[in-house]
Structures are given as structure tokens and as C-alpha cells.
Design a binder for this molecule. Sequence first.
Ligand code: ZN
Length: 345
Amino acid sequence: MKAVYISEHGGVDKLLYGNRPDPTPGRGEVVLRVRASALNHLDLGFRANPGRGAEGLPRILGCELAGEIAQVGSGVTGLSVGDRVLVDNRVKCGTCQPCLTGQDQYCLHQLRIGVDLDGGHAEYCKVPAINAYHFRPSMSFEEAAAIPLAFHTAWHCLMVRGQLQPWETILIQAGGSGVGSAGIQIAKRIGARVITTAGTDDKLAKAREMGADEGINYRNTPEFSSRVRELTEGKGVDMVLDVVGAAVWEQNLLSLRVDGRLVITGATSGSQIGMNLSILQGRPLTLMGSGGRSRRSFGEMMSVINRGELHGVVGRVFPLQEVGKAHEVMESRDFFGKLVVRGPQ
Ligand SMILES: [Zn+2]
């Protein structure tokens, strides 16, 4: 089958388009005919650096995917050939202590489709049946491929970690990003007030179309916390969702109200910061990481997705042969929502 894969880590030139062996499903697995896959910063990071997925090359990239089931392995129930599904890319062992005690987000042996296992930039992809979720008929494959990582990350940060409430105001950084655009929708869905940032007025206009109440252009207003305070009658926001990291660290802290909370799920601008620890005591603030996500929260999120209340945000669509171009666009940040790769027709 045709696939986009890497045999060594490095720049965009390390992405190879060529033939890889067709997958066959083992017990408890299904093979999807991939109709669409989507890009994440994780793809760029893994392409450039081995991380902890170093042993598995060559590796087909693509952490998010949607398609039709083409083959069903033994022992699989509830899924049939032809079913339209999207895929949770976190594969859990099901037998370790965290898995057995309902804490599978902390599975000791979890693997990531598209990093530790072959991913969705291919004609076919093998996944555990438990990772495949039906999606509503009105949703296209492109939209479905834009859901799994971006929405589950935002859902986990807002609903599970941060426990955002309807009466609260949240600052969502990078409202034009996959996680940011998902976070805006989820926060509005539960009734919270949303302030978002983006680097262009065009992105802010799109973020408002999706429901954001206020937008701040961080290029025009790098000290955006003062604008956040104006918009919150001097108090600051209850919660910040950040994917940007070091570049906005100080402004994040200054944007939070007393007893506010910061949830971090990415650090695309850098991860090293200097920090005045007294701010934790004096304000006092709660700083939260995000990390692993559970099957339970993925299933809960899919219930809302399948009611048609949240929508994948497809920014641009590329053919499979142009994954390298999509990586370049992602690095340029000149897009809104998700970069999607269409499977071979
Ligand atoms: Zn486990």
C-alpha cells in the first residue's frame, strides 16, 4: 500500500512517500481503509527527534485518522466491514495496575498510533477495535479526522483537569490552533465566556464565528494580560488553556484572577521559563499539566460530538503525496483549525 513514513528522523525531506506492507488484523484488531488523517505538532516533533519512539523505524506517520473498516480480526464485536469510524490514537494495555483501576490515562505501557505504532498517512491502518468509534452520518471523513487529538486534548484540559464551569471566563491561547478551536467550542457548549488570542485579525474573526466572545491579537498586543483585565473588570480570568508555552508564560500568570488555574497542554514556543515562586503563595494560583487522557473521557466526548454539538475544524486538505507540504504549513502557523490529509481515492 501507499504510505508516508520516515526511516530516519530529521527535516521535511525525511518524509518518504512509497510502498509499505499491507496490515492484517490480529485478535481484537481492525484494519481501516483510511479516508482522512490529520496533522499535529506531535507529528513534527516525532519527525524531527526520536523521543521515546526511536526503535520503531520505519514508521508511518499520522496520529489522527478516520475511515471505513476494511477487515475485522477475531474476537471483535460491535464493528463490521464498512463501518465509518474515527480513532483514539492512545493504545492502552488493559492489564497494568492503572488500567485495572480505571486510570487508563496513566497506563504504564501505552503506545501512540502514528508514533509508536504505524499511523494514518496510508491507504490502510491497523488499530485495536477498542480504539475505533462510530461517528455521526452527517460528518465527513475530513471533519472526523480533525476530531480525535485536538478535541480530546481540549476536552481533557477543560472538562477533566480544569473543570471549567458555566459561570466562568476562560482565556484560550492560540484560538486558531486545532486544540484552541476545539477548546472554544467546548467552553461555549457548556456556557462559559471565552476570551481567545491569535496572531492575525482574520483568525480572530474565525474564532468569533465559532463562539469566542472576545479576541486579542497578540502581535498587536503582546502584553495581552492588560486587555484581559479590562475585559474582566480588573479581576482576570478563572482559567487559562495554554498550548503556546514559554512565550506567553508571564502574560498567562498576569491574566489569571486570584485562585485562578492554568492548564498547559503544549509548549510550541519553548518550554524553559523563569518563575517567581512567590506568585503561587501570594495569589494563589493552581498550575496544571494535562498528559494522558482516558478512554472514558474520549467516549463522553464522542457522545457530544455525535449529537452534532461540536464540529471538527478543517483548515486545509492535502493529498497523501503532499504531507511534506502540510508539515511546512504547520510550521508556518499560517492556517486555522486542522491540516487534514485525504486518503487515496
Ligand atoms: Zn495499561
